[in-house]
Design a protein around this ligand. Structure first.
Ligand code: MCN
Length: 777
């Protein structure tokens, strides 16, 4: 019975395997929500408020209802029983506004949904929207969080005149003493402006209620299908076991799709009311107005230090622009910034205050990095300013203050336990790559010629792999099942839900290595609650460290059973399983994985105390977060005449522990850097004083295009995490977190000869030109 087929001797983890999901994506044959067409399906379009703040005096839907092809029109009072958009974050004293699905008597932001028209096609639905007459009485609005705090500012929610949703204070060590004894204190107001997540695919929903079966299927472009199912089921009183949520192909999310949005609840509700499938597809304008925004910080930093550059204390006050309402995690975002405020530095004394402020704007929530880019931007700008003050090299001051290798695991002043690190290693590597000393000489020569050349460093750390369950509202574990078919084909069902990250490749690499089988025999399945055991979802760069580990443990559960079935086939009780073979240790005879799989299902002769079949499930609770880190260096040249910034070199050295797939990790870093550069240089959600979003289209909102990107030279150092057996940390957000301070530090360095010490983002040519013109004059 023994075979000698060696199917796969080499290991795949650590190799640059091309993404297995790409052929269907780049040939346009993948199935997105908008590709789903169901018999008798209706289409929905949403009327949204043109005002940032207004009373609704009346709504006349009669003309819309009379339009041929319109099946129904819903307004606020029709959907009152359908509940509200949920917020899962809780903080002491938090004021949570009731976030209704459709406006009742007031609107609180431009884009506030007012009515839904359901029709036989999407064009009729849009025409129906045009026919609704709403009598609004506009009231004063406020779109700037600092102005919202001024006495007499318009109240976003009339019941809370001060516009304050909450305040929060956290302190570690003795900041008062640190500042009292400091040789030098540097202060700066730093803005991390509001930006708009723009995934290639906007949000999209198809809801299909089958009354006879009491079942609902919701196809939605989400990062967390199980979370959507639990929350929508609770809101609408649905039975979770008859409610299937499917995330088909998801064209990016960047955090914005980890939410439960009004449209997901509304379409489910409408499908149930009409007993018909109904589809809603977001327009680009709706993305800008109605999907969450990111960042929205005004930060006030103070940093205390000794003359030798030792940082002794950090104080931070964050004014967080929350928007008019909360989505799932809105109020929690700046608390993540507070957690990461010491960055990679040893400082034992920190004090932070947050003021969460309502404005008549789109809610802010998790956008790639979620709180950590703001924290990194702040501390990395402050370190540079301190270096200028102390006339130290920005690399030297960082190296002096980094947590030292022997101090890990390192307890921070904000209550975290950094798992592992060698913070100097990526900085040294990045400095080697750019030829730091020579670069500074070139800069001196360029300056002598009157050129504006800058070198900017950022050293970032991030908290990711969310996370131990006590630290996450819906649980921080992850799950995986491994199912072996009789033919030896293997399906891994993972609770995380990839939407561009490449899990179908990296997770298959784990399976291939652990089972010693061909990667083509493996299917990674995710994003369908009817197929996959419960999972938490993909966000916070957690999928590999938490979901990948759950998968690893599910595979370990399976191995003893594979051995048992192999032992029966080999008629031996002394076998090993490796490289896809069960081998008898005495005779050297072996049997291949496929034969073992077949025998487990044929079950002619079962091993003692063993049931037929080959399947294992594992739910893994991580003991801690993981803390990746890295160093980016950006070289810029600024044109004196136009203010244009040229990105001359960009070096990114990241450490995400052991690397499963360097090709994918580089891709993640490149994409992340693009978003960080977008924030640093071009992107901004600009509201006018009346609360109109004036950068709500791609003509005004400048996304980085391919030709605007520099060549990114990426490299890695490897410091395994002790938190999980794979030794991995997250990388999905790293590029974004490291990028913005590297670029801003570089441009400020370029302009430092003109006496410029800080520039807020985005550093548009106009802003830079005005700064230069002001100094030159
Ligand atoms: N990886 C690896 N080795 C490591 C760490 C990660 O090979 N040591 C691989 C992973 O297996 C995975 C990818 O790198 O294929 C990212 O893994 P991870 O850091 O675990 O992050 P997640 O998979 O949890 O993805 C979430 C993260 C976040 S929070 C945002 S926001 C984000 C991002 O990933 N949004 C993205 N990357 C994105 N990429 C695309 N294309 N689209 C998005 O919306």
């Amino acid at each position: 019975m023994a075979t000698t087929t060696i199917t796969k001797p080499e290991t795949l983890v650590g190799k640059r395997i091309r993404r297995r999901e790409d052929p269907r994506l780049i040939t346009g044959t993948a199935t997105y929500v908008d590709d789903i067409k169901l018999p008798g399906m209706y289409y929905a379009a949403i009327l949204r408020s043109p005002h940032a703040a207004a009373q609704i005096k009346s709504i006349d839907i009669s003309k819309a209802k009379a339009l041929k092809g319109v099946a129904a029109v819903f307004i606020g009072k029709d959907t009152e029983t359908a509940g509200a958009v949920p917020c899962a974050a809780s903080l002491p004293g938090l004021r949570v506004p009731y976030h209704n699905l459709l406006a009742l008597d007031r609107v609180y932001l431009v884009g506030h949904p007012v009515a839904v028209v359901v029709a036989t096609d999407r064009y009729i639905a849009r025409d129906g929207v045009e026919l609704i007459e709403v009598d609004y009485e506009p009231t004063a609005a406020v779109a700037d969080p600092e102005k919202a705090l001024e006495p007499g500012a318009p109240a976003v929610h009339p019941q809370w005149a001060d516009n304050i949703a909450y305040t929060f204070h956290q302190e570690g060590g003795n900041t008062a003493q640190a500042f009292a004894e400091a040789d030098v204190v540097v202060k700066q107001r730093i803005v991390s402006q509001r930006v708009i997540p723009n995934a290639l695919e906007g949000r999209a929903v198809v809801a299909d209620w089958r009354a006879a079966e009491r079942s609902l299927t919701l196809f939605t472009s989400t990062q967390a299908p199980h979370g959507v199912r639990s929350i929508v089921a609770q809101i609408l009183g649905l039975e979770e076991n008859r409610f299937r949520v499917v995330a088909p192909e998801v064209g990016g999310g960047f955090g914005s799709k980890m939410q439960v949005y009004a449209e997901e609840i509304l379409m489910s509700y409408i499908s149930m009311r009409l007993n018909k499938p109904v589809k809603w597809i977001e327009s680009r304008r709706e993305t800008a107005l109605c999907t969450i925004h990111g960042r929205g910080h005004v930060d006030f930093y103070e940093i205390a230090a000794k003359r030798d550059g030792t940082i002794t204390g950090i104080k931070l006050k964050i004014i967080q622009d929350l928007g008019a309402y909360f989505t799932l995690m809105t109020p929690a975002m700046p608390t993540l910034s507070v957690m990461m405020m010491p960055g990679l530095y040893r400082t034992a004394n920190v004090a932070a205050d947050i003021v969460g402020v309502f404005t008549n704007c789109t809610p802010t929530d998790a956008y790639r990095g979620a709180g950590r880019p703001e924290a990194t931007h702040g501390i990395e700008r402050m370190i540079d300013m301190l270096a200028v003050e102390l006339k130290m090299d920005p690399a030297e001051i960082r190296l002096k203050n980094f947590v030292r290798n022997e101090e890990f695991p390192f307890a921070t002043a904000t209550g975290l336990l950094y798992d592992s690190g060698d913070y100097a290693a990526p900085l040294h590597k990045a400095m080697d790559m750019v030829g730091y000393e020579k670069l500074r000489q070139e800069q001196a020569a360029a300056r002598a010629e009157g050129k504006l050349m800058g070198v900017g460093i950022s050293a970032y750390g991030e908290i990711c792999a969310f996370g131990p369950s006590p630290a996450t509202p819906a649980g921080g574990w992850e799950s995986a099942s491994v199912k072996v078919e009789p033919s030896g084909k293997v399906t891994a069902l993972v609770g995380v839900s990839s939407h561009g990250q490449g899990h179908e490749t990296t997770f298959a690499q784990i399976v291939a290595d652990e089972l010693g089988i061909d990667i083509d025999d493996i299917l990674i399945s995710h994003g369908d609650t009817a197929l996959v055991q419960y999972g938490i979802g993909t966000f916070g760069s957690r999928s590999t460290a938490v979901g990948g580990t759950a998968l690893y443990f599910a595979l370990q559960e399976l191995k003893p059973k594979i051995k048992k079935f192999g032992a029966v086939l080999l008629e031996s009780d002394d076998v090993t399983f490796s490289g896809g073979q069960v081998t008898c240790n005495k005779t050297g005879k072996s049997v291949g994985f496929k034969a073992v799989a077949a025998s487990a299902y044929r079950a002619m002769k079962l091993p003692p105390n063993t049931e037929p079949g080959l399947m294992a499930t594992y739910f893994w609770e991580p003991p801690n977060f993981t803390f990746p880190f890295g160093a980016h260096i950006c070289v810029t040249e600024v044109d004196r005449e136009t203010g244009a910034i040229r990105l001359v070199r960009y070096v990114a050295v990241d450490d995400c522990g052991n690397i499963l797939n360097p090709l994918i990790v580089d891709g993640q870093v490149h994409g992340g850097v693009a978003q960080g550069l977008g924030q640093a240089l071009w992107e901004q959600a600009v509201y006018d004083d009346s609360g109109q979003l004036i950068t709500g289209e791609f003509t005004d909102y400048v996304m980085p295009r391919a030709h605007m990107m520099p060549w990114i030279e990426s490299a890695h150092t490897v410091t395994p995490s002790p938190v999980n057996p794979l030794g991995v940390k997250g990388v999905g957000e790293a590029g974004t977190i490291g990028a913005s301070p590297a670029v801003v530090n570089s441009v400020v360095d370029a302009l430092s000869t003109l006496g410029i010490r800080h520039i807020d983002m985005p550093m548009t040519p106009e802003k830079i030109w005005k700064l230069i013109a002001g100094r030159t004059a």
